[in-house]
Design a protein around this ligand. Structure first.
Ligand code: BEZ
Ligand code: FE
Length: 290
């Protein structure tokens, strides 16, 4: 067949075929992914029929997102989080048997250099907020304690800000700690009750979502990474059941088993809250990331 006979005239009806027919090895994984993305983009354009000016605005937005990203701020990750892509990838890749603690996304405020603290100590270095006692146990699916675990926690303060968002206002490593459980797999520490907060809305992604009237709220939560040799690492949140905005988490991280009641109690005779958490780990599975 001559090259002229193979020519597919590019128009609305043939656009996807015109693109995909050019791949030499259409079964290659990259070729399949690229074809799928391009075909979906063509479908979107056919559905929304943007003017050249509107399409230019789309490209300007993508350019702005790229410029807003660097090693300190990842605007593309925020985009992935807000459209539910991060939660979906997490859900597909880390589905666990019932009874095991599910994973959620880690988010941008984790620090790898979190200091180890003694069981029972307070991670609130400025003491600002309503005291909260966190108690918990790390165990396997049979309820046996995992004594070799390390539990890393980080959280927002009572105003809804992380320490690394307010380096001039909060002490370094405020509301962060690494704990090792006792011989029964148990741990406990003191902190303050976190507030919910808005995800960063000052970049192109936040502005786009705000313009569309989309809520950018995260209900109050504690973050955890729980690691132990031979077990799948748990990266998860614990949500405060009293938060009235639990149903509108901008990042789709709320699952019933991660919502906990923060009960009223007294610490040193003063009003406080307490929460009890069980982290259930599963054995590392071959071929799965840790
Ligand atoms: C967080 O929960 O810390 C978080 C996650 C993703 C984007 C913004 C904040
Ligand atoms: Fe958070």
């Amino acid at each position: 067949m001559s090259r002229a006979a193979e020519l597919i005239t590019f128009d609305e009806a043939t656009s996807s075929e015109a693109f995909t027919s050019r791949f030499g090895t259409p079964d290659d994984a990259t070729a399949r992914l690229l074809s799928a993305v391009v075909c979906h983009v063509h479908e979107l354009i056919k559905e929304f029929r943007p003017s050249q000016e509107q399409w230019r605005k789309v490209l300007d937005f993508l350019t702005e997102v790229g410029h807003a990203s660097d090693e300190r701020r990842q605007e593309w990750v925020l985009f992935s989080d807000l459209v539910g892509a991060s939660a979906l990838v997490e859900e597909i890749n880390s589905r666990r048997p019932s009874g095991a603690t599910p994973n959620t996304i880690r988010g941008p405020f984790f620090r790898t250099d979190t200091p180890e603290r003694a069981l029972g100590s307070s991670i609130s270095l400025d003491g600002a907020g309503l005291p909260l006692l966190v108690e918990g146990r790390v165990e396997d699916l049979d309820g046996l304690p995992i004594t070799t675990a390390e539990i890393i926690t980080w959280q927002a303060n009572a105003e809804g800000y992380y320490e690394n968002q307010q380096p001039d206002l909060q002490p370094e490593f405020n509301l962060r700690g690494l704990f090792r459980p006792d011989q029964g797999g148990k741990f406990h520490y003191r902190t303050v009750r976190p507030a919910g907060y808005g995800v960063p809305g000052d970049g192109p992604v936040g502005r786009l979502f705000a313009q569309a009237g989309y809520p950018l709220h995260r209900p109050a939560h504690l973050h955890f990474v729980v690691r132990a040799p031979g077990f799948e690492t748990i990266t998860t949140h614990i949500y405060d059941a009293d938060d009235p905005r639990l149903g509108e988490d901008a990042l789709f991280g709320v699952r019933p088993e991660l919502v906990h009641s923060f009960e009223q109690t007294l610490i040193d005779g003063k009003p406080a809250s307490r929460v009890n958490i069980r982290f259930v780990m599963i054995r590392a599975r071959p071929g799965r990331s840790k």
